[in-house]
Design a protein around this ligand. Structure first.
Ligand code: SAM
Length: 257
């Protein structure tokens, strides 16, 4: 087969470090009958060792040239290929509780994480290679510079752990940034339950609209000082100082009106 020319627009940085690949598969730890979906299999760096451990593997891939290669290399009953955009893929269409894995295209990683966040009920766990800077934001605690909307909305739904730091030379071609592997395990209810998740999402977006401003300023017109006090929240704090539970409490106060 001809050599594949990496496509920038599909965020193609292929893993070539066998130790890193091995540690990802070890972290995923698939059993033979698990239902596993790999997002963006590319040239198969993670696909092959996963298939060594599985009866069947599902993949979602957008690049037609790559799909052609995968079809040539793997029998259709071993590798089930879903052609298309992972951002539009209905992960609930694959039966069973899912383990999802991927060295994700960095250009779509944040919208993809938000898309996947809605499938918590269908998922056992997820392991993703992402820009380290994104992983740092996902796992950040309140009052850290990295803590923001992504931290709150994902920590509301998942327990997350940064597992492996990965340098650029683990990939071909090497990306300009450091990467990291993160584990996400659904943990709905851990920080309370929002009665209306759409309200929680809007509230968090507005609270972080201007990071340097106080909650009182960013949430003007939504919550009064008395309501902040009733919830035990100091309105002169900034959005980055507030824990996930407190966001849920504010959202539930708004939802109850
Ligand atoms: N898993 C391979 C590896 O580790 O070497 C490839 C990883 S590469 C960073 C990202 C992969 O995702 C590529 O195969 C790319 O074609 C695919 N991809 C990019 N955008 C996609 C999308 N929107 N939906 C599905 N796959 C996508």
């Amino acid at each position: 087969m001809n050599q594949h020319i990496p496509r920038k627009r599909f965020g193609q940085n292929f893993l070539q470090d066998s130790r890193i690949i091995e540690s990802i598969v070890h972290a995923v730890n698939p059993g033979p009958d698990d239902t596993v979906i790999e997002i963006g299999p590319g040239l198969g760096a993670i696909t092959r060792p996963l298939l060594d451990r599985l009866r069947q593997l599902h993949v979602v891939e957008i690049d037609r040239d790559i799909i052609g290669r995968l079809k040539k290399e793997f029998p259709a009953d071993k590798l089930v290929i879903h052609e298309g955009d992972a951002l539009a893929f209905d992960f609930a269409s694959v039966a069973g509780k899912l383990k999802i894995v991927g060295n994700l295209p960095y250009n779509i990683s944040t919208p993809l994480l938000f898309h996947l966040a809605s499938y918590g009920d269908h998922v056992v766990d997820m392991h993703f290679m992402l820009q380290k800077e994104v992983v740092d934001r996902m796992v950040a605690e309140p009052s850290c510079a990295d803590y923001g909307r992504l931290s709150v909305m994902l920590q509301y739904r998942f327990e997350m752990e940064s597992l492996i730091d990965v340098p650029p030379d683990a990939f071909w071609p090497p990306p300009k940034v450091e990467s990291a592997v993160v584990r996400m395990i659904p943990a709905a209810g851990r920080c309370g339950v929002a009665t209306d998740e759409a309200i929680l999402e809007k509230l968090v977006l507005q609270a972080f609209a201007q990071r340097r401003k106080t909650l009182r300023n960013n949430l003007k017109g939504l919550l009064t000082d008395d309501e902040f006090t009733g919830l035990g929240i100091d309105p002169t704090l900034r959005a980055e100082n507030i824990g996930v539970e407190q966001y849920v409490a504010m959202a539930n106060m708004l939802a109850a009106r």
